[in-house]
Design a protein. Sequence first.
Length: 372
Amino acid sequence: MTDAFDPAKLQTALADIHRAGMPGVFAEVRDHDEIWCGAAGVADIATGRPVAADMRHRVGSITKTFTAAAVLQLVDDSEIGLDTPIGHYLPRLVPGDRGAAITVRMLINHTSGLAEYLPQAYPSLAAFPVLAKTTPQSLEDNRFTRFRPADLIEMGVSAPATGAPGSAPGVYSNTNYLLLCELLETITGTAAEKYITRNVIERAGLRDTELPAGTQIDGPHSLHYEAWFGMIDPPRDYSVYDMSWVGPAASLISTVADLNRFFDLLLDGEIISPAALAQMQRTTAVISFEGKTIDYGLGLHRMELPGHGVFWGHDGSVWGGGAISMTSADGRRQMSVAANLQRWNVLDSSGRPQPHPIDGALQAFTRLALCG
């Protein structure tokens, strides 16, 4: 059972995230037609400029839900087969036996066995996810690097496989979603960014959401502070960044209000068909970048809170920016929250991220926002 939200308690819980060490955090919570917006902290540490709930923000891998929805629209139109091998569509990018074994579904739910390209694209992160052996210098070196999707895909496809195609648990990989973007372009003849914009973002009426063409975030926004597990001290602003390193896998700019609107429409069957949504909500175990096992569907996370039911959504992180958006299965309760510091946990001697007060404060806000 979910209780009606208490605005004063929500604001206090949001402020607790800021007091725990987050420079700035802002959120929108919905309960039926009732909407609460809140913000705490600063958008710019140097000037003290406050964050606001309507700011635009890089939301990282929440982008994947948009990309998955675009692919599923083409499944609805019988232009793409979920269980058709990707080699049928993209034989040059995924050739031979792997192309014949890996299906479109396996790309969307991260069970393809294709490795993450990030350690190769960012040389000083080559030990990723063995974090203790990485350095953050590549983040600065590649701030204005323009990556070609085909080059990034080749890095992921040529790396050692993380598992057999279709095996569980899957392993989270941006390579999968760059391939889906190439699939969109091959089938539609339109760049993935344009197709997703026209058929998902504009269809949902999201006025403050975009896949950026440049390095800037247009409109009111926060700086994006990256700590890279304490190795960047003080944390550095990466709000200006060439996002071609992830493209339509994780480059979306949005607002917390737009995210709530999008997931409301998606889960109500207004962006893809009910049949496609049912496929989207078929989940499997996937290992995240952080080494956690998540319950993952076709571009959707499933989260169950005992006594309060099932919630659907996604989270995301890029250099300095992150967000979480979750919606209850019945559509009643929604929460989207954005934060302007990432990888705040420091590492112990074995290279494992250590608990930080921000973790508990963020979890407490999430539970209060979703459950009351």
